[in-house]
Design a binder for this molecule. Sequence first.
Ligand code: BES
Ligand code: MN
Ligand code: MN
Length: 463
Amino acid sequence: MLNVIDHIQTGRDRYVAELGHFLAIPSVSALPAHAADVRRCAEWLGDEMRRVGLENVKVIETPGNPVVYADWLHAPDAPTILFYGHYDVQPVDPVELWESPPFEATVRDGEIYARGAADDKGQVFMHLKAIEAHLKQTSRLPVNIRLIVEGDEEIGSAHLDAFVRDNKAMLAADVVVISDSAMFDRGVPSICYSLRGLAYFQIDVRGTTSDLHSGVFGGAVANPAMVLAQMLAQMKDRSGHIRIPGFYDDVLPLSEEERAAWQTLPFNEKKYRKDLGAPKLFGEPGYSVLERVWARPTFEVNGLLSGFTGAGAKTVIPATAMAKVSMRLVPDQDPDRIAGLFEAYLRKVTPKTVELTVTRMHGGKPWITGYDNAFVQAAGRAIEQGFGKSPVFCREGGSIPVVSTFKAQLGLPAVLFGVGLPDENAHAPNERLDLGNFHNGIVASAYLYDEIARAGRDPRVSS
Ligand code: BES
Ligand code: MN
Ligand code: MN
C-alpha cells in the first residue's frame, strides 16, 4: 500500500490539472442545448477510464444520456465493488453571480471552483485516480471493481431503474460504493447511512382563456395567482406540519438512540443560521435542525410564476399561474403512494373557478441502512487513513434515487463516503471542492479498496 500512497502524493498537481479537463465540459443534463456536451463528457470519461487502466469500457446508450461502464475483474478471491457516480451537472444560472467562469476550473485558496467540482465530477475523479495509482504502481487492484457513471442523476435518473433491472449480470457485486455526498463538516469526515427520497410536481391553474384588463373584469373572475397561493397555503399549517391526509402514515419514527447519537455531533445551530443568512430558522416543532433535515419529510415550493413581473406596473389579471413543488420523503414513505395522496388533496383544495393540471416530474425512494456491517467498518478504517480521523455516521437530506434500486434489485449494501462540504455550493453559484479533501479522498479511496478486500475475506460477510 505504501508505494501506492507515494504514487498518489507525487500526483497531486497532475490530478488537479486533469480534473480541470473533466470540469471544462458543460455536461448540464437539464438543458437540451447541452445535449452534445453531455455526450462528449461521457466519451471523455470513457477515455479517461481506459487511460487509468480500467477494462471493458463502454459508453452505453439509454433512452436518456449514456451510462459509462468500466471494470477490472482480476482478483478472483476478493469481493467486487460496484462504484456509482454521475457525470452530469446542474445548470449554472444565475451565471452572473459566479466569480470565475463555471466551466473554467479555477483554484483559489486551496479550493477548485467549477460547476461539478463537488457534485459529482470531483468525487468520481478521486476514485479514478485511486484506481490509477493501484494499477500503475502494482498492475493490479486488491478488489474487483465495476463502475457505472450516469448522465441523468440531476434530472431524476429516470432510466436507471430499467438499466439496473436489465443488466443484473453486468452489475453483479458485493457492495456499492458512492462518493456523491458531503462530509458532516470541515475536518469531520462522515459515512452517510440514509438519504431522503423525492416526489416532484408542476401545478398549472388556468382561470380564463386570456389575460384580462383588471379594471374591466376585476371582481367578476377569480385571479389564478391568488387561487394558486391559497391552494399552496393549505399544504402546511403555520407550524410547518404538512396537511396532506395520510402523508405521515409511513414515516419511520426516530429512535431515542439515534436522537441521542445526533446530539453528540459537533453542530452549532447559531453558526448554521448565520451562514445561511436567515433571520430565524423555521421547522417542525419538537425536532432539532438535524432531525428536521435528515429524518422528517418536507413540502417545498421550488418556483412560482404568474402575471406581470417586469419593472413598472401593469394592471392585469393573469390567465394562468404555475408552481413547481416537491416533497422530500423519508423511510418508509413511497413516492408513488405520496403522489396519489398529494394529487387527491390538491384537487380537493382547488376551487371550481380554475382548471387544474398536475404534472408529475421526477421522484426517488428514500434509503436507509444499518451501519454495523463489515463494509462500512472497512470504509471507516480507510477514512481514518486518508483523513487522520475516524468518521461520524450521519444521514443526509438530499436524494440519490438509484441507491434504493441497488438494494431492491441487486440486494446490495451501500457505502456512502462523500468528501464534499455542506457549504461548497452544490447546485448554486461558485460551486467548489476543497483540494485537501480531494487529495485525502484519493488516499482514503485507495485504502478503501484494500480494506474492502480484507472485509470480504471475513467469513461473516461472505455471501
Ligand atoms: N449529490 C446529490 C445528492 C446529495 C446531496 C446527497 C447532498 C447527499 C448530500 C445529487 O446530485 C442531487 O442533487 N440529487 C438530487 C436528486 C433529484 C434530482 C432526483 C436532489 O437531491 O435534489
Ligand atoms: Mn450528486
Ligand atoms: Mn446534485
